[in-house]
Design a protein around this ligand. Structure first.
Ligand SMILES: *[C@@H]1O[C@H](CO)[C@@H](O)[C@H](O)[C@H]1NC(C)=O
Ligand SMILES: *[C@@H]1O[C@H](CO)[C@@H](O)[C@H](O)[C@H]1NC(C)=O
Length: 368
């Protein structure tokens, strides 16, 4: 019926059509708005569409992890399908240090009883080629409790020429090569346990004890760490996997990337941007390998950063890196605040006043 009526209607060439002038004007307005939108939010749009263009990393094979207080080492080894060694392994804990002074203290206090040598490399430039103070060297007194176990060296970084950019990932990989040399000089031998991680990726003490005492553990495994942002008040998820435990051998190389499919479940804490002062946040934001994320000057404003820390929002105003729309939508918005301070590093709880900024209700930071 309708079709017939339309067909019967006489054809009138111009009266009903939108005049081309208005169409042209509309285009003139809409096109720049769209361009501006893509320009401003391009990164967001592409992150939002990540499930369409990116594949998740190959999945891990989770090693079940057993632990409870006061269960014998022998029993724990057996639960993992391993046996107990007559003598524990020597343990080397190797980190490349930037400016995580508090996190480093917590790490070393926590792991001190189990570690043979704390191997630490720090550069006098950032990964982005900006000269940087030797934060560890100038605060060394703070780590006097570990002095006998420290193997420290400085990496001579290169300063980026004006206009040219040092490739952050290249400088980072050179530091990892330098770390191999420092490890050998620090006295590591084949068969020792070696932890490779960033300073803020802290294996739990019972995990180190397990790997130190059990025979038959895999020669390389990733450590699954609980990921926190800004403090233990903001647990994100269990997505942190880059830290590894190795039985040191002739082929071991210091790396911070995917090395095996094995992942030991729930093996510690990864506390990102867990800084005491806003000044340290700003330093890390500029020094970061992903410094390209700092897109605008006002990103560095103190009130903006403080507000983000207390809300559990993203410092770089970015969408989460997720590979399915379901996960992405689940993670949109602020991180949910947690009131739990259970199963955290013992040194933080024992010194709760000093580390207030890492505990529930402590989000307000000093300026410097
Ligand atoms: C742990 O074991 C010891 C010795 O068997 C015992 O004295 C202590 O009460 C136990 N502690 C807990 C928390 O079960
Ligand atoms: C870093 O250290 C090296 C070796 O000590 C030195 O030659 C270089 O000038 C230093 N760079 C900066 C930016 O301080």
């Amino acid at each position: 019926m309708i079709l017939q009526r339309m067909a019967a209607r006489p054809y009138r060439p111009t009266s009903r059509r939108t005049p081309p002038k208005i169409l042209f004007l509309l285009l003139l307005i809409i096109v720049p708005i769209c361009l501006l939108g893509v320009f401003t939010y391009g990164q967001k749009i592409s992150y939002f569409l990540r499930p369409l263009w990116d594949k998740p990393p190959a999945s891990f094979q989770h090693i079940p992890h057993y632990y409870a207080e006061n269960v014998s080492m022998e029993h724990l080894c057996r639960l993992h399908g391993w046996s107990i060694l007559p003598q524990p392994r020597q343990v080397y804990d190797a980190v490349i240090f930037s400016n995580e002074l508090d996190t480093l203290e917590i790490r070393w206090r926590e792991l001190y009883p189990y570690v043979t040598k704390f191997v630490i490399l720090e550069s006098n430039t950032t990964f982005t080629g900006i000269p940087k103070p030797l934060f560890f060297a100038s605060n060394r007194a703070r780590y006097a409790f570990a002095e006998g176990k420290i193997a420290h060296d400085t990496f001579p970084g290169r300063v980026a020429n004006r206009g040219s950019h040092e490739d952050p990932f290249k400088l980072e990989s050179e530091q990892r090569v330098a770390m191999n040399g420092l490890l050998r000089r620090s006295g590591i031998s084949y068969g020792d346990l070696l932890i490779m991680s960033d300073a803020d990726e802290i294996p739990s003490p019972h995990t180190l004890k397990l790997l130190k005492w059990c025979d038959g553990i895999p020669p390389v495994m990733h450590l699954e760490l609980r990921h926190y942002m800004y403090s233990f008040e903001f647990p994100v998820d269990y997505s942190s996997w880059r830290a590894t435990a190795h039985i040191y051998g002739p082929k071991t190389l210091y790396r911070h990337s995917r090395q095996t499919n094995l992942l030991l479940s729930d093996a510690g804490w990864h506390c990102s941007f867990c800084f005491r002062s806003i000044r340290e946040f700003i330093f890390k934001m500029t020094a970061y390998s992903h410094a390209d994320r700092v897109r605008r000057k006002d990103y560095m404003s103190y009130p903006r950063i403080q507000k983000i820390i207390c809300q559990g929002d993203d410092l770089f105003d970015m969408l989460p890196e997720e590979y399915t729309f379901k996960e992405l939508i689940k993670k949109l918005g602020s991180i949910t605040r947690s009131a739990s301070a259970v199963h955290l590093p013992a040194y933080v709880i024992a010194n709760a006043e000093k580390f207030k900024f890492l505990l529930p209700g402590g989000c307000v930071r000093s300026q410097d």
